[in-house]
Design a protein around this ligand. Structure first.
Ligand SMILES: Nc1ncnc2c1ncn2[C@@H]1O[C@H](COP(=O)(O)OP(=O)(O)OP(=O)(O)O)[C@@H](O)[C@H]1O
Ligand SMILES: [Mg+2]
Length: 245
């Protein structure tokens, strides 16, 4: 049986008002199955980041519902939404956002400490081992490569065992070989750990690591592609970006 980890129902996100109003998401309905890896693609400005931010409770839709399991994020007040983000959602960005003066271990432990929990013995090291950094626990971000820093950021996002891990271009700042290592690791988190992952990317090669690609254009769903390959994704993107004539 498959279950949806997260579901967007008729989500609209409008920014500004009057002449300056921009509708970033138009009545978008979409669901992400538990234990699957989805890539979100589309031209610049198509609403990918807005979709991710609304789904992760970092932004609020103008209307519509976002369901994480049985919880409607749009019905929560700020305090509850903050707690939900802390406990049930993981997020990684293109920039790693690590604290440079803390060791890898201290960075990963931070979300637990912020929620008033003392990390269990071995918990943080196990998270770092899962991302292949067992031998780097005492290193600080400036002493690590970009790929290693992103792995620390992923371990930090996973330490609370979130139901969904979101990534907005998580490999965007990495060279292609390093990016591929991170993508293989994300794939393994899904295959071996049943993690649900939703990742925005511009790169067809990165999207090919996913189970499914969701295409957005002008804030609307523009089809999906199961079992994507870099070639099929690239062909679809080329068609989408071609000017209509
Ligand atoms: N805070 C905001 N205020 C006003 N408009 C916004 C805001 N955030 C996003 N937008 C607009 O919403 C639309 C979608 O933006 P979004 O950042 O989601 O696109 P994207 O697909 O992530 O693009 P990119 O690939 O360049 O990152 C754009 O037209 C953008 O200008
Ligand atoms: Mg974006």
């Amino acid at each position: 049986m498959t279950r949806d980890a997260i579901r967007l129902h008729r989500v609209v996100r409008r920014f500004g008002s009057g002449d300056a109003a921009v509708t970033a998401l138009h009545d978008l309905s979409l669901s992400f199955t538990e234990g699957t890896f989805t890539a979100v693609m589309g031209p610049s400005g198509s609403g990918k980041s807005t979709l991710l931010q609304c789904a992760a409770g970092l932004d609020r839709p103008t209307s519509g519902a976002v369901l994480l399991g049985d919880t409607d994020l749009t019905a929560l007040d700020e305090t509850r939404l903050t707690l939900l983000r802390r406990d049930r959602i993981g997020f990684v960005f293109q920039s790693f956002n690590l604290l440079p003066t803390l060791t890898a271990e201290q960075n990963v432990a931070l979300p637990l400490r912020l929620s008033g929990r003392r990390p269990r013995r071995g918990e943080v090291r196990a998270a770092l081992a899962r991302v292949g950094l067992a031998d780097r626990v005492r290193h600080r971000p400036p002493e690590m490569s970009g790929g290693q820093q992103q792995r620390v950021a992923i371990a930090r996002a996973l330490i609370t065992r979130p139901e969904v891990l979101f990534g907005d271009e998580p490999t965007g700042a990495l060279d292609s070989a390093t990016g591929r290592d991170v993508l293989r690791m994300l794939r393994a988190l899904v295959d071996d750990g049943g993690q649900t992952i939703v990742m925005v990317t511009h790169d067809p090669v990165a999207a090919a690591y996913a189970d499914r690609v969701v295409f957005l254009a002008d804030g609307r769903l523009h089809g999906t592609l199961d079992a994507p390959s870099a070639e099929t994704v690239a062909a679809r993107m080329t068609r989408m970006e071609a000017p209509a004539c």
